[in-house]
Design a protein around this ligand. Structure first.
Ligand code: SF4
Length: 230
């Protein structure tokens, strides 16, 4: 099987088992809210962020509100997401730029987004893909781990992984690859104990196949013998 066909087979299985409609795991009602929720999600679970933003977005409704916020108070508002001093400072500075330079509207341009305080390529791509539907590859911890296990990339640097994925994945998969891979990473291909023997990608996954052959099911062994596996 060629590399291109193997990747397409992986994408077909993703589409078969996971939602094709992009589902953002961070609750939001507008671009600013998603931008701030994504800044808060660094080193924090989406569930925790969603608890915090419920009150946060009720209190601060616009870029101007965040720009005018009392920093100490904002720190307390986001404290439970961790690294709260940096996050609060970045949110206030970022919102000030959006308010003063962009009339309160989150910009779509990648360079403009990544120039905002606290906004790297990952955050920028989350907003561009989810909000503006601009084809973008978001490399988070699940995408990084699983893309390496699948052998789609050999890189470990997130920007290099993003470039690799943009080269190898058809553009129409760029946005949903992230949300589908997150779902797979949470359900089956977890960081510490991937359930390879129960995984629908096993036949296409170098990492899974490199695990002990003894652990393979009879069905998988038979498929391997017939040359159906990578
Ligand atoms: S076979 Fe294992 S490593 Fe490969 S995708 Fe499935 S769970 Fe992850």
């Amino acid at each position: 099987m060629t590399e291109k066909k193997r990747i397409q087979a992986i994408l077909d299985i993703l589409d078969k088992y996971y939602e094709k409609d992009v589902k953002c795991y961070l609750d939001h009602e507008n671009p600013l809210q998603l931008l701030i929720a994504t800044i808060l999600s660094a080193q924090c679970t989406d569930d925790r962020v969603n608890i915090v933003t419920k009150d946060l977005f009720a209190k601060y409704k616009s870029a101007q509100d965040f720009a005018m916020a009392n920093l100490k108070e904002l720190e307390q508002d986001v404290k439970s997401t961790g690294f709260y001093k940096n996050k609060a400072k970045n949110i206030k500075t970022c919102a000030t730029t959006i308010y003063e330079q962009y009339g309160g509207e989150v910009p779509q341009d990648l360079d403009a987004l990544t120039e905002l305080a606290g906004v790297g390529r990952k955050t920028a791509n989350v907003v561009r893909g989810n909000i503006f539907k601009i084809p973008s590859v978001v490399v988070d911890t699940h995408v990084k781990r699983i893309s390496i296990r699948w052998g789609i990339t050999l890189c470990t640097d997130p920007v290099a992984i993003e470039m690799d994925l943009m080269k190898k994945l058809p553009k129409e998969h760029w946005i949903r690859y992230n949300t589908q891979v997150i779902a797979h990473g949470r359900a089956i291909c977890t960081a510490r104990a991937p359930k390879c023997m129960d995984c629908m990608f096993l036949a296409l996954c170098p990492y899974g196949l490199s695990k002990r052959m003894d652990d393979l099911t009879e069905e998988a062994k038979e498929a391997l013998e017939k040359g159906h596996m990578y």
